[in-house]
Every structure is written in structure tokens, then in C-alpha cells.
Write a protein that binds this ligand. Sequence first.
Ligand code: G4P
Length: 528
Amino acid sequence: MTALLVEETSRRRTFAIIAHPDAGKTTLTEKLLLYGGAIQLAGAVKARKERKSATSDWMAMEKERGISITSAALQFEYKNFVLNLLDTPGHEDFSEDTYRTLIAADTAVMVLDAAKGVEPQTRKLFKVCKDRGIPIITFVNKMDRPTKELFSLLDEIEEVLGIIAVPRVWPIGTGPDFRGVYDRKEKQVHLFEKTPGGAYMAPVQVNGIHDVALENRIDLEILQKSREEIELIEDGIHPFSEEDFLNGMITPVFFGSAVNNFGIQLFLDNFLQLAPSPYHIPLKDGSFMNPVASPFSCFVFKVQANMNKVHRDRIAFVRICSGKFERGITVNHDRLDKPIKLSSSFAFFGQDRNTIDEAYPGDIIGLVNPGTYRIGDILYSSPIPPKLKPLPVFPPELFATISCPDSLNLKSFKKGIEQLAEEGILRLYSSRIIGAGNPIIGAMGSLQFEVFQRRLKDEYNVITNLYNLPYSVCRWVKKISVPQLPSSANQITDTEGKVAVLFEGDWEFNYFKKNNPDIELTESPEYV
Ligand code: G4P
């Protein structure tokens, strides 16, 4: 363990933002990047449409639709910390890939729209973080707009998500009456004034929320209401404890307005103190990996083909778990059981790539992937592989067959579906009934199918036909010999050669299970 490794590791914060679409994730990302000096201030005043395609979006379709489908990691420095922001797509209808990106994070920032509270997509993403033991910090956005009643918003977080919401700041007024936030810890008031581009205003040091000096600055009625609310909070709210936060029992809550750049710096400064450095990689035995006491290791959490039309190569994104990465090092590849030299390593910022010579735990780097890496692969330089907890599998719920009507294009079709399935944007199966030429694809949302077809066309020049299949439940089978299936079910084989059965719905699945109690069916191929 070197002093440099310890220092570099402890100044890293690797996190993801989870939000329902439109809650303000893109806007918050941009503002955070501004503090890191990563993008020009001009970003804040760009035309709305243009701004919709944040720096991390690179695909034409994302830009057209103003959504982020694939995810990337952005690195920026702020106050001597190195922040690695994993960009998770926020569209309602996205893929397993999104969930997997969260696995590479040590902390999640949950952005809620103050008027809407906990929305469905937030709930799903939250669950992944909770299952993985990733601590969550909440940012309640759009305080300049009419909001829900704030105490019921806190209750909603507790009831819907099962986590205790502990406000670290409290808003003074909401919507048109929004005047700022009170920092409970520092006893400072940050006054909200709309400034062009959301310029930063220094906080006002006060002697608690009852300080009379505030009465010259804030309408008495608004101030009085906040004073009462803050009293209630000071008396009744669950106290903040770092342990409870790291164990996922509580979430510290901040309030602000991303578009007005209000409350962001306060949030960011607190975030740096709250968010853990990269210690959080879970091991199979339930403990966590010590990033500085172990030799180099990393795992592949994302594979991306054709990120850039100029390069046309595939990139495997790895999250460094332990030790120092140095370009050119030779590591062991667990699945292939052979040594590999890591000579092409990059950091990405949207379309741009820079060669990375060294990196530390928590960092995300891209490795050129000539088919060597798959999601879940572990690379390590210790004599035996680290026993990392396997990545979770999220079973698809929508299925279709895909075919290529142009027989001259079959080679590109095959290459395209294989490479894109390798990215994990959807799952690929074959079925004896449907025939080898028409693979079955499985996804969690129909947008994935649309993205898949669009990318086959754009990147592989292949036009495809897609036929939706009537299944919604997929279960892997422990025994290879599957008994006679009902005509409504379909036996399939995944790309690893593992057998699964597709059922039309829960009723059909449960009926089959009842009649075949000795057949073990699992949601994930991991255990097969
Ligand atoms: P997303 O990535 O989570 O999908 O959300 P995004 O940042 O794109 O924000 C969604 C909309 O909410 C954007 O409006 C954005 O300007 C607005 N917004 C973000 N933060 C705040 C805030 O603090 N206050 C208010 N009032 N609005 C905020 P838009 O798409 O540009 O236009 P429109 O939806 O206003 O028409």
C-alpha cells in the first residue's frame, strides 16, 4: 500500500444520479460539472433543445428524442476531490444496462421533483441501490415551483421507499414564496435570488433561524412558517448518523433548484463529506473489499459498441475496485483464465476520448474490447481472483423475434445482434420452435427494441423486422431436460447455452410450477 494510493483513493467519490425523467437529472449534472469546470458556463444558457442532449449523450437517437439511452462516466475535480459521475439513463423505458451502471457506484444521488415526489422510475432505481447497499442522498429539485406539502413528501419517501428522510437543510417558503434554504448544521441561511445563469450568492451567517436579522430580508409570514417547520424538525426528526446513512437506513435530504443553480454548491460541499470513498465493492462473503490493501482489480460493468463512428470499436467500461491501474500492466482475466495486457485505456467525455495512463479505485476507464470482455468479467493482478459478489441479473419481460429480410445482409445482421447483445442492451436467445435464423430477443422495455433496431440500421446497415411474442416471464431451468411444455410456453437457450422457459404470464408460470414441483426455475441464470 503506497501513500499515493491511499491519498488518491480517499479523494475519490464515485456516484450515480437516479431520477424519474424530467425531475432535473440532466440540469443537475450540468450544474455539478460547472463546479468542476468541466463544461463552459455557456451550457447553462444554451438553447433548450440543444441543452437536452447533455454531454454524456452521443447517439443520434438520444439527441432527437432528448433522452439518454446509453450511459457514460464523467470525471471532474472539485476542491481537491475527484468525482466520477456515472450517467444513468433516466427514461421510463430502459434497459438492464441502466441498473448495472448503478452497481459501479459507491453513492447514489436521488433527484425528486418537489411537486411530484417519488415517481415509478425512481422507485425501481432506488431498489437496485438498496439491494446492493449503496447509500443514497436526496436532492429535492424545483423548489421555485409549487411543491407538494413538504412533510408529506418526507413521509412519502419513508413509506414508498422504506428509508428515513432526514433533512440536512430546510427550505424557507416554496414556489413563488421560495426565499432560500436554512443549513441546519452550519446555521446559515442561503438566500434565493434569481440571478442570470444562476450565479452563486454567498450564504448569510445567522444565529439560528430565529435571528431577527432575517426579518429584514424575508417576508415575516414566510419566515414564521419556516421557523415553525424547522422547530418541528429539530424536535421530531430522526437524528443524522453516518452509520445509518452508510447502512441505507436514512437518506440526508437537500432542497434546491437545479435550473437556477440554487442549493447546488451547498449540496455538493455536503456530498463530498457524506459520500464514502471507494470502499464499497461487495464481496461474496458479505464483506467489502479494501481498495488500498489489495493488488489491482476491476470488473466490467458495461460494454459499448460503436461509441464513435470514427473509431468503430467496442469499449468495455471497467470500475477499478482496488490497487493502482497503470497503462500497459498485465492482468489475469478470470473468465478466460489467461493473462491480458491492458494497453489501450481511455477516459471518455461524451464523444471525446483521452488515453489514461494511470487510475485509482473508484475510477471508470474504457478498454478497447476486441471481443475479450463481457459484462461481469473480473481483471486482477493478485494470484487468485477477488471474490466479488456477482452482478445481479434483471430478467427481461418483453420478447420478440427479429429477422433480416435481406439475405445478402445476414452476416452483418448476425454480427450486429451479437455485438449489441454483448453490450447487454438486451438478451439474445435461440429457440428450436422459432428456428436459428430468427433469434429471440428479450428486454425490459419496448424502447430497447426500438433502440436495437435503430442501431442495427445506423451502425450495421441492416434493416430488420420485429415480431412481438406473447411472453412476459422468463425462468432459467436447473435441469437440462425440460418436461413436456404446455403449448403456450417456449423453451429457449441463452448465449451461454443455458436453458430457460418463456411463459405468457404469471398465471401460466405458476400453473406450470404447481404441476412440476421437482423442476427448479430461477429468475437468474447465475445460480443455474
Ligand atoms: P431529466 O434529465 O431528469 O429528464 O430532466 P431535465 O434536467 O432535462 O429537466 C427537465 C425540465 O425541468 C427542464 O425543462 C428543466 O429546465 C426543468 N428544470 C430543472 N430543474 C428545475 C428547477 O429547479 N426549477 C424549474 N422550474 N425547472 C427545472 P425543459 O425541458 O427545458 O422545458 P420545460 O419542461 O420547462 O418546458
